[in-house]
Design a protein around this ligand. Structure first.
Ligand SMILES: Nc1ncnc2c1ncn2[C@@H]1O[C@H](COP(=O)(O)OP(=O)(O)OP(=O)(O)O)[C@@H](O)[C@H]1O
Length: 240
């Protein structure tokens, strides 16, 4: 019997919001948000820098019991105090089965999580100290060693430290996790990761949050346009 989805939907208690002109409700994609339905395998969030992906994905992670810097749900520390209050307005609709494994991978704060794991000497699951690996190698070690399957995983820009070749490796690792009954929620700019077929893609922009096909994403179109005719693009950019 299918265990998934672990997370069916997230709803925003809009009636409780007093001021839509202050952060995070002033972000257009968040301002208009009522609910988001998750794919049982992979749900992607895309959008320009500043569109609100991290704000949204972090609030979902906090609702699930993760700490703001990420890691497993046992990792509860914070090196900064700038999480949004969106979490206070979210309602999670869960499936009938709970996942066995949880992980929130925020590439931005992974260094802090790795330092914390070293301090408490709990690095075995990471295949050794993340600090003795490169940033990209340590992110891949999370995907390929730490995560066990039957999991609910949230990744914020996992590609940020990865070469194109390693993004392909990450795509295969995500597929392995999905095959092992995992559900994954990913904010990304990567046209490589976005090609994963068993997925829904939501775009955050000034109109709100809407579903979009892979080929219609700016990530796909800009990358394809550039690679198909990079000399012309370079000429336009450099002359401009
Ligand atoms: N603590 C904060 N207080 C006020 N505004 C914030 C705070 N954190 C983020 N913002 C603003 O909210 C907007 C959304 O930021 P967010 O980090 O969610 O974007 P993003 O889509 O993840 O961008 P990127 O692709 O660059 O990571 C930005 O305009 C940002 O300046």
């Amino acid at each position: 019997m299918n265990r998934k989805p672990y997370l069916i939907e997230v709803q925003v208690a809009r009636e409780k919001i007093d001021d839509f002109n202050e952060y995070p409700f002033d972000i257009p994609a968040i301002k208009n948000l009522s609910s988001i339905r998750f794919h049982e395998d992979v749900t992607f969030f895309v959008g320009e820098n500043g569109a609100g992906k991290s704000t949204l994905i972090e609030a979902i992670a906090l609702s699930l019991g993760f700490g703001p810097e990420g890691g497993t749900r046992n990792v509860q520390f914070s090196t900064h105090n700038n999480t949004s209050k969106l979490v206070d307005y979210l309602r999670l609709i869960r499936g009938y089965k709970s996942p066995d494994d949880y992980y929130f991978l925020s590439t931005e704060s992974f260094y802090n999580v790795a330092t914390y794991m070293e301090q408490i000497n709990y690095i075995k699951g990471y295949g050794g100290s993340p600090h003795t690996k490169s940033h990209g190698e340590s992110i891949l070690a999370v995907l390929t060693k730490k995560l066990q399957g039957n999991g609910l995983y949230i990744f914020d820009e996992p590609e940020a430290a990865l070469s194109p070749a390693r993004q392909l490796t990450a795509l295969a690792a995500i597929n392995q996790l999905v095959q092992k009954n995992s559900q994954v929620i990913i904010a990304t700019h990567s046209p490589i990761l976005l090609a994963y077929p068993n997925a829904v893609i939501y775009q955050l922009d000034e109109n709100g949050i809407t579903e979009i096909s892979y080929q219609d994403t700016p990530q796909y179109q800009i990358t394809k346009g550039f690679l198909n005719d990079y000399k012309r693009m370079i000429n336009i950019l450099l002359e401009g």
